[in-house]
Design a protein around this ligand. Sequence first.
Ligand code: ADP
Ligand code: MG
Length: 254
Amino acid sequence: MNPRKNSEYMSPLPPTQNNPAVLIDSLRVNRGATKVFTDLNLVIPRGNITGVLGPSGSGKTTLLRAIVGVQRIQGGTVSVLGQPAGNAALRHRIGYATQEASVYPDLTVIQNLHYFAHILNVSRTDVDRVIEAVDLQGQIHQGVSSLSGGQRSRVSLAVAMLGNPDLLVLDEPTVGLDPVLRADLWNLFRELASNGTTLIISSHVMDEAMRCDHLLLLRNGCLVAQTTPAGLLTETEQDNPEDAFLALIRREER
Ligand SMILES: Nc1ncnc2c1ncn2[C@@H]1O[C@H](COP(=O)(O)OP(=O)(O)O)[C@@H](O)[C@H]1O
Ligand SMILES: [Mg+2]
């Protein structure tokens, strides 16, 4: 499958984006025996929300890992905030919340945050800020193992937000959350973006596409489209992102 086949759905970036947050050129990644990416090319603009959408197994986590600099790559380049991905200079500029909660289950919420704040050399006042942002003030002394799945993922999100990084990379942060919490989190993401943070958020739930500013649609390790929510709907003449995604795939298969 040619990943550039859908180039007609690749909206040009606005002129302010000649200094993008992420620039990926000819990326090749194998994981085990799986060739996840054979030639991935994309651009992620700064200061807004980019959604990485696609079904399970499409390569979302691998893409985010490559951006954060924790994925071994076989070829190509990944540049993040003007530096090669994984560069030490980026360590404090990127916050990453993995798909599985990456906090210590046997510590309380506040103990986890103090621990990571210490590692990152971030002040304790910042701990209060992130706990409030994810609305976990009522659970700070609760052990993480006793939290609900949604609360646990919010602890991971709070850790990722420590130090107010320029780029937040969040892997399926809203999975398994009820609609109210999901909406609250998207409001938080929007607030962070309006304060200048770049957010890269993956989801396999297509309706979350409409919450983003910029979209990367992945399928089988190929970029099906690089567009905007409005662009996706008009280009496919559909009225919801789920049908739009299906329409793109059908077109590609033709
Ligand atoms: N450690 C691994 N070993 C072998 N294959 C893997 C490994 N991790 C992921 N994969 C494969 O790589 C592909 C992309 O996976 P992933 O990036 O996790 O997708 P997504 O996050 O969209 O579900 C899938 O086919 C998956 O099975
Ligand atoms: Mg994943």
